[in-house]
Design a protein around this ligand. Sequence first.
Ligand SMILES: *[C@@H]1O[C@H](CO)[C@@H](O)[C@H](O)[C@H]1NC(C)=O
Ligand SMILES: *[C@@H]1O[C@H](CO)[C@@H](O)[C@H](O)[C@H]1NC(C)=O
Ligand SMILES: *[C@@H]1O[C@H](CO)[C@@H](O)[C@H](O)[C@H]1NC(C)=O
Ligand SMILES: *[C@@H]1O[C@H](CO)[C@@H](O)[C@H](O)[C@H]1NC(C)=O
Ligand SMILES: *[C@@H]1O[C@H](CO)[C@@H](O)[C@H](O)[C@H]1NC(C)=O
Length: 442
Amino acid sequence: MNKLTTCMLVIITCLAITATSFNSFGTSNLFSKIMNEPERTTLDDANCTLQSIDEANALVVYPLLQRLVRTDFFKIFKVDLQGECPFWVMQKVCTGQGSCGVCECDDDDIPVSWKQTKVTPVNTFLGMQSKNKWTDKDVDCWTKVPDSHSMTYVNLLLNPETRTGYSGEEASRIWRAIYEENCFKSGKLDDMCLEERVFYRLLSGIHASITMKIATYYHLKNGTNATTAGYDAFEPNFQMYHYALEKFPDRVKNLYFIYTFTLRALQKAGTFFENYDYATGNKTEDVYTQKLVKKLLRDHSSHLCDNVFDEKLLFQSPDKVALLDQMKSHFRNISSIMDCVACEKCKMWAKIEILGLATALKIVLADENELPGILGGIQRNEVIALINSFKQHAQSISDLQVFRDLRWKQEISPYISYLVTGVMALVIGRLLWHLLRDQLNK
Ligand SMILES: *[C@@H]1O[C@H](CO)[C@@H](O)[C@H](O)[C@H]1NC(C)=O
Ligand SMILES: *[C@@H]1O[C@H](CO)[C@@H](O)[C@H](O)[C@H]1NC(C)=O
Ligand SMILES: *[C@@H]1O[C@H](CO)[C@@H](O)[C@H](O)[C@H]1NC(C)=O
Ligand SMILES: *[C@@H]1O[C@H](CO)[C@@H](O)[C@H](O)[C@H]1NC(C)=O
Ligand SMILES: *[C@@H]1O[C@H](CO)[C@@H](O)[C@H](O)[C@H]1NC(C)=O
C-alpha cells in the first residue's frame, strides 16, 4: 500500500499545481508569454515594449493615479454641457438622472477659492510669468473656447465612465465625423507622414480607451442602483471586447500609444507639475496631492524605458508651421464635434479626453524655448483633464488584463478538464487495481 500512498501524493500535488496555475496572477504572465504576441512588440512610433508599459502601469502608475483622481483637486472638473452642436441638428437622447445623465456637484464639494475667482487664475510657475506671455488668443488654440456662462462643476467620482446605452447610429456618426471629416485625407496609415500618423493614432487611442470602458463596464450587476453605481458594480462584455478590440491589434496598440504620449507630456513638464499649486483651501489635502504627483513622476521611470516618446522626430520638415496649424485646426473641429454627443455623461468624458489630449499635445509639441511660456498659460482645468484622461487610459490598459484572463480561461479550460478527468481516471483505476489484487492475493 506504500506505493499507492506515494502515487496518490504525487497525483494530489499535480492537481494542486494545476489548480494554482489556473488561477490569478500566475496565469496572466504565463499567458502573455505563450499567447499574447502584441505584448512583446514595441510601439511603432514610440520606443517602449508593451510589456514594460504593462508592468509600470500595474505596479506604479495606475495605483497612484487612482489615488490622485480621488483628491479634492482632481475630482472636480469644469465643463460646458450646454454647447450647441455646430454640425447637425441633434436629438437629445437622454439627459438628467439615469445612466447617461451627469450628476453635478454639490456646492460644498467645490473649493471655495475656485468659486470666488471668475477667471481661472493663470498658474504662476517660478520664474515663468515674465516674458513669453501666452496670449489669450493662443491659449485655446487646440480646442474650442467654451462658453464660460454655461460651465458647471462636475464631481467625476460620481460619474464613472461606464456603458450608458448610447450607441448605434448616433455614436457612430460622431466617430465618423472625427475620422472622416477631420483626419488627414491621405487615407492609409502607410501613406501618412509621421505627424499625421501620430495624430491619427492619438484619436484612435482615445477611441480604443473609450471602447474599453464600455466593454469592461457593460452589464450592471443585479441588484445595484444605476444612479449611484461605481466601476465595481459592472461586469465586462467579452463579445464586445473581442469584436471591437481584440480583432484589431492596432487599436490596442494605439491605446498604449496615447498612454505613452500623455506620459511624455507629464515627464517633459515634470518640474512644472511637481511645483504646481494644487490649492483647494485644505492644506493637508493639497500637500497630499502634490506628494502623489511627485511620486508618480519619480517612481514610474524605473519600470519603463527612458524615451517613452521622442517628439524630436516630429516636425522636422520645412513646412512645420503649416502642418502644425493644420493639425490645430483639425483638433479644434474635433473639440466642437464633442458638443454633438447626445449623451451627457459620454460628452463629459469625451471632453475630458479631448482637453487632456490637447494639453498633452501643447506640451509635447512645444520646443524648448516655447515651453516655459506655454506652461505659464496652462489652466487648472487642463491639469485636471490631463491627469484624469491619463487615469482613464491607465485604467483601460489595466482592464485589458481582465479580458486576457478571460480569454486564457476560455482557451485553457477544456484542457484543464481533460487533465482532471484523466488524472481522476488514473487514480480510480489504480485504486481498483489494488483492491482487485488484494482480493486475488487473499
Ligand atoms: C530605442 O531605445 C534604444 C535604447 O534604449 C536605442 O538604442 C534606440 O535607438 C531607440 N530607438 C528609437 C527609435 O528611438
Ligand atoms: C435579479 O434580482 C431579482 C431580485 O432582487 C431577481 O428576482 C431576479 O431574478 C434577478 N435576476 C437575475 C438575472 O439574476
Ligand atoms: C438609487 O439611488 C438614488 C440616490 O441615492 C435614489 O434616489 C434612488 O431612489 C435609488 N433607486 C433605487 C431603484 O433604489
Ligand atoms: C482636509 O483634508 C483631509 C484629508 O486630506 C481631511 O481629513 C480633512 O477633514 C479636510 N479638512 C477639511 C476642513 O475639510
Ligand atoms: C471644420 O469643420 C467645418 C464644418 O464642417 C469645415 O467646414 C472645415 O473645413 C473643418 N476644418 C477642418 C480643418 O477640417
